[in-house]
Design a protein around this ligand. Structure first.
Ligand SMILES: [Zn+2]
Length: 317
C-alpha cells in the first residue's frame, strides 16, 4: 500500500472557445442587426420586436402557437424506407438516421388534431430542420391522412408549409405526393370543409406547386420566400433581370397569388376568424341542401386549382 496517494483530481482543461455567455442567449436580427435577448423572442413568437423580422420556428413551436392547448399527434411513427437506396454525398439512409437523432422527429411534418379558439382542427406543420422540410413519401402520406381524417370528422384543415420542395432522394415517388395530396384536397373541397394554407419562409418547389397554393384562403407570413424555381434558374431561362422583391410575400400578394399577409402574432386570431366564417358557411350550405332541393350560390366561391375545378364539375361518384 502506498504511503502517498493523489486524492485531488487534476484540473480539467478549459473547453475550446469557452465563453461565459451561454450559447443562444442573444440573437442578432438578420434584418435590422438588432441584438435581441433570446427570452424576449419567446414573448413575441420569434418576431423581431424592432423591425418585425419573422425568425424561422419549428413545427412543434408552430402547433403550440396555433392550438389552444395540448394536441393529439397522428402517424408520428411513419418513416421513410429509402425505396431508391439513394446516395448523394452520403447514403440517404444514414442521412435520415442522423436527422432523426438530431431532430427527434421521424420525418419533416407533424400532423395533429387540436382546437383553434375552441374549433377542432386537423393541422399539419412542416419542419424545416428535417432535410430542408422536403416532401418525401412520408410527408405526402401524413398530410393526406390529416386531410382524410378531417373529412371523416368533418373538421377544417390547416397546413403550415415550410419546405424546400420535393425530396430528391426519393425521386419520382416524392413528386407523386403532389398529386396525392391535391386529390385529397379535392375530396375535402367537395365536402365544403375549409382548408387554410399558411405559407412561411421558405415555401418552394413541389410544395408551392401543390397543396401550399390550393387553400380556400392562402395566408403568408411577411417577407417569406415563396416560389417554385429559384430566381437564378428563372433568370437564366427567361434571360431577364428579375424585379425587386421577386418571390417575396408582398410581391406575390400584389400579383394575386396570395389572399393576405398576416403577422405571426395575429395568425391564430386570423385563422380562427376565417374558420368561424367558413365553418358557419359550410354548415349553412349543408342545411340548405338537406331541407330544400335548391342550390343557393355560396357568397364566396372557394378558390381552387383550374384543373381541379374541371375535375369537380364532373359527376361525383
Ligand atoms: Zn429586426
Amino acid at each position: 500500500m502506498a504511503w502517498f496517494k493523489k486524492v485531488r483530481k487534476p484540473i480539467e482543461p478549459r473547453a475550446k472557445n469557452a465563453s461565459r455567455v451561454p450559447e443562444g442567449l442573444w440573437v442578432k436580427c438578420p434584418s435590422c442587426a438588432e441584438i435581441i435577448y433570446n427570452k424576449d423572442l419567446v414573448g413575441t413568437l420569434n418576431v423581431c420586436p424592432k423591425c418585425g423580422h419573422h425568425f424561422r420556428i419549428s413545427a412543434s413551436e408552430r402547433l403550440r402557437m396555433l392550438f389552444d392547448g395540448p394536441w393529439q399527434e397522428f402517424d408520428a411513427g411513419l418513416r421513410s424506407t429509402d425505396p431508391l437506396k439513394f446516395t448523394d454525398t452520403k447514403p440517404y439512409r444514414r442521412r435520415l438516421e442522423a436527422t432523426v437523432a438530431a431532430t427527434g422527429m421521424n420525418d419533416a411534418v407533424i400532423c395533429a388534431i387540436g382546437t383553434v379558439d375552441g374549433m377542432e382542427t386537423s393541422m399539419a406543420a412542416m419542419e424545416y430542420s428535417f432535410i430542408g422540410g422536403s416532401m418525401g413519401v412520408v410527408v405526402g402520406e401524413k398530410i393526406t391522412r390529416a386531410i382524410e381524417r378531417a373529412i371523416e370528422r368533418r373538421i377544417p384543415v390547416v397546413v403550415v408549409s415550410c419546405s424546400g420542395g420535393a425530396r430528391m432522394m426519393e425521386g419520382a415517388l416524392s413528386l407523386m405526393q403532389m398529386a396525392k395530396v391535391s386529390a385529397a384536397l379535392a375530396r375535402l373541397d367537395r365536402t365544403n370543409l375549409p382548408y387554410i394554407s399558411v405559407l412561411t419562409d421558405p415555401t418552394t418547389g413541389g410544395v408551392t406547386a401543390s397543396f401550399a397554393m390550393l387553400g380556400d384562403v392562402n395566408i403568408a407570413e411577411p417577407k417569406a420566400l415563396i416560389g417554385f424555381a429559384g430566381p437564378r434558374v428563372i433568370e437564366q431561362a427567361i434571360r431577364q433581370k428579375l424585379p425587386e422583391g421577386f418571390q417575396r410575400s408582398e410581391f406575390l400578394l400584389d400579383h394575386g397569388m396570395l389572399d393576405m399577409i398576416v403577422d405571426r402574432r395575429e395568425m391564430k386570431a386570423t385563422i380562427a376568424r376565417i374558420l368561424r366564417f367558413g365553418g358557419r358557411g359550410a354548415r349553412a350550405a349543408e342545411r340548405r341542401r338537406a331541407t330544400a332541393d335548391i342550390h343557393a350560390p355560396a357568397a364566396v366561391e372557394p378558390r381552387s386549382h383550374p384543373a381541379e375545378r374541371e375535375a369537380s364539375s364532373q359527376p361525383v361518384e
